[in-house]
Design a protein around this ligand. Structure first.
Ligand code: 5GP
Ligand code: MN
Length: 337
């Protein structure tokens, strides 16, 4: 990271501060890993820091070191609000628009605390007084590594290393997305030296399917559809199918990637019905030049990265499929076919 930016961090963290760290809603391995690693570092270096997540996180992350101390805004709104109001600094990690933290956004906007954004998504907002934004980085965890390493490298212990390794591994698709660089591997090598155990972390994240989750994957794969003439596949999951397969939060994580494992396919999409929130949640994954960040933003009120993005639709599942098919027909020149 730039020297000037590091100096700005050194300056705000020079004296002990009351700090709140916020990952995005429905936090993933990167959001949670970066928050927990930074939280451990800050508490070790004389600050009073706490992670408040907007809501629940999936079961496959509930082993991460320090996660048991995370507060959930959705469960304790009054206490969380008070903590945010009393804080000197608010870190927002792995997102760059306050809309990504739902009702917490109002509390954060209202607070007089210094706001710091650390994130790797496209099109950062300007709500923070310090923004460490780098869209070339594969994960926020790699950025937190840079920050901690710059501030006090010796503080990186097995807890910090494990949390950072988890986020780097999950956000780079286990080191296979184009965002994986030589630097990523250098960082990961140091994290392993500091005690992160790749095989155990991998097992904890990926080899913990419940029987019903694997059956749900079967349903999703059964529902996959190709679009004639363009290298696109899409998967739908209705609320009924989720219920039959005893859906739990996080169960559909990674399903969309199976579409991209098909030869010649360069865009895979999953559309999942959520009757409680009355939305269809969509995930987009691409290979090559098809820009899903642009696509999700333009058609489905979402965003993310060039090759991985998400969005939402307020229509029914069938209507969403129709809208998607129209949108993709309109954008098909992006596939260079
Ligand atoms: P996923 O498909 O795994 O939920 O998300 C893929 C990427 O897109 C992540 O980097 C995530 O932060 C981002 N993303 C997912 N859903 C949304 C959304 O509704 N809005 C925006 N702006 N980004 C999203
Ligand atoms: Mn991320």
């Amino acid at each position: 990271m730039e020297k000037k930016l590091l100096k700005a961090f050194q300056k705000v963290l020079f004296t002990p501060k009351k700090i709140i760290i916020i990952p995005h809603k429905n936090p993933d391995g990167d959001a949670l890993g970066s928050s927990l690693a930074l939280n451990t570092f800050l508490n070790k270096t004389g600050h009073d820091s706490c992670v408040i997540a907007p809501n629940e996180y999936p079961e496959f992350l509930n082993w991460m070191p320090g996660q048991e101390q995370i507060k959930k805004f959705s469960q304790t709104p009054d206490e969380s609000t008070q903590m945010i109001e009393n804080s000197d600094i608010i870190f927002t990690l792995d997102f760059n628009q306050l809309s990504r933290i739902d009702q917490m956004a109002l509390v954060v906007e209202r607070s007089i605390a210094e706001k710091i954004m650390i994130d790797h998504h496209e099109h950062p907002g300007d709500y923070a007084s310090i923004s460490y934004s780098d869209t070339n980085k594969g994960s926020t965890c790699e950025m937190i590594y840079e920050l901690i390493s710059g501030l006090d490298h010796d503080q990186i212990d097995v807890t910090i290393a494990t949390c950072l390794y988890t986020g780097i591994m999950t956000d780079t698709g286990s080191f296979r997305f184009p965002s994986t660089t030589a630097k990523t591997h250098q960082v990961v090598s140091i994290l392993i030296e500091k005690g992160a155990q790749p095989h155990l972390i991998h097992q904890k994240i990926y080899d913990t399917y419940s029987f019903s989750r694997l059956k749900l994957l079967g349903t999703a794969l059964n529902n996959i559809k190709k679009i004639n003439g363009i290298p696109v596949v899409y998967i739908t999951l209705s609320q009924k199918e989720l219920i039959i397969n005893k859906f739990k939060k996080g169960d559909t994580e990674g399903f969309v990637n199976y579409g991209l494992s098909l030869r010649g396919v360069s865009l895979a999409v999953i559309m999942i019905e959520n009757e409680t929130e009355k939305i269809i949640k969509m995930s987009f994954r691409s290979k090559g030049s098809f820009d899903v960040n642009y696509f999700a933003k333009k058609y489905f009120n979402g965003g993310g990265h060039v090759n991985a993005a998400g969005g939402v639709s307020d229509l029914t599942l069938n209507e969403t499929v129709d809208q998607f098919l129209k949108a993709i027909a309109y954008e098909k020149s992006q596939f260079n076919i």
